[in-house]
Design a binder for this molecule. Sequence first.
Ligand code: BG6
Length: 486
Amino acid sequence: MQHVLPERTPVPDFDLVIFGASGDLALRKLFPALTRRDAEGVFPATSRVIGVVRGDPEESRAKVEEWLKSEKISQEEIDAFLQRLTFAQVDARQPETFANLKQVLGKSQRIRAFYLSTPPDLFIPICRNLAAAGLLDGDSRVVLEKPLGKDGRSAREINDAVAEVLPESRTYRIDHYLGKETVQNLLVLRFANTLFERSWSYRDVDHVQITCAETVGLEARAGYYDGVGALRDMVQNHVLQLLCLFALEPPNTLSADAVRDEKVRILRALRPIVGPDVVQKTVRGQYAPGSSDGAPVPGYGEELGRESGTETFAAIRCELDTWRWAGVPIYLRTGKRMSERRSEIVVTFKRVPHSIFRSVDPAMTLEPNRLVIRLQPNEGVTLQMMMKVPGSGRLKLVPRELDLKYETAFEMRSPDAYERLLTDVLRGDQTLFMRRDEVEAAWAWIDPIIEGWRDFYPKPHRYASGSWGPSQSVGLIEREGRSWLD
Ligand code: BG6
């Protein structure tokens, strides 16, 4: 029987203002997501999207149209979206220019959402200038893109400044991983099925691996990425969010705060990695020349045009100091220019306590059960189990997989993370957004690693583009008798 979900609240009439509208994220993610949602008839007829730009609005409009075409969205859908799209020329650091935005917004009673798709150093001036222009009253809300600061202190400064002009209930901190279908499915897998919940602990789990590997390199993002690196760009947010959803205790309800309370508990339970510990428990890497998709590619320093100490790969062995997870190693890993694009959570269960099959073949090894939650690409879930090879003769066992693929299990389009998150902002649902204490708890664990790297591990190891990272990453897990599932 199919479970029918209740209709979600309709999207109310809105004005969505996008700061950084000619930037990379807006072009590649926000506008396509909005156009697709619009084409599904989700938006009220009079709702508007207002792009904030410093330069020529006509040029920006043309750029948006060109990008939407390259995304293979139909001209009819693009035209419909462009009808809603208007621009305002504002310089985020010039308060007087906010009058232009005020004029475009007019006196409408619609919900106002301000999406700050800008570098984090503009968050504070934009929020202050919006407040000073009287644009944050009523039911307005602000969306902050990651990264929220570059350490705990700068994140607190941003949070404090935002809190001066807007309550937490109207502040939306985006981590787009939370908008991915497969990430949301983690909660369903765990709490709509009894099968796994019972073995989801130190009793049955040997260890956990969380990998977010990408094949892309620096792209055109040197200005943002260099000096930031993989730990701040991916681990502080996406990877830790995956860890939270994997490890959290059952929330009492699916309400935003019930889920976020449990996530904060996990972040606070991460055992700190301090000082020289970083050398044992973490690996930093930077990609060197190699290949990607069969073609030769330059190394990070070559792309940048100079040497840099920024890491493009990070692996961390961590532990949670909780009853449920005591003593279970959790290996985190993320990197650019890796062998393949793959994000997954691998849960390896303990081996059987006693093998009755030894009597048949003393050399026979029983592989442990392994649950692989594939987040992207080829979204799905596999469960590795030992099976008997059919046939008479001597008993032979091999590992085989139960394999569930989303693509075949559900014959429907899987929306992009931003489609879901943008409509959640407009609907006022904060479940998939990070609360202030969550972001700060994540930084509280990351900060000592950054400091430890500065003092004890200043230079990342080089790894060939197209590999699985530096050999030290293999050492990190293999010296404990385990191996990455590559
Ligand atoms: C972003 C990072 O948040 O996530 C990028 O800034 C990274 O560096 C991207 O490439 C990965 O997102 P996805 O959805 O492609 O896994």
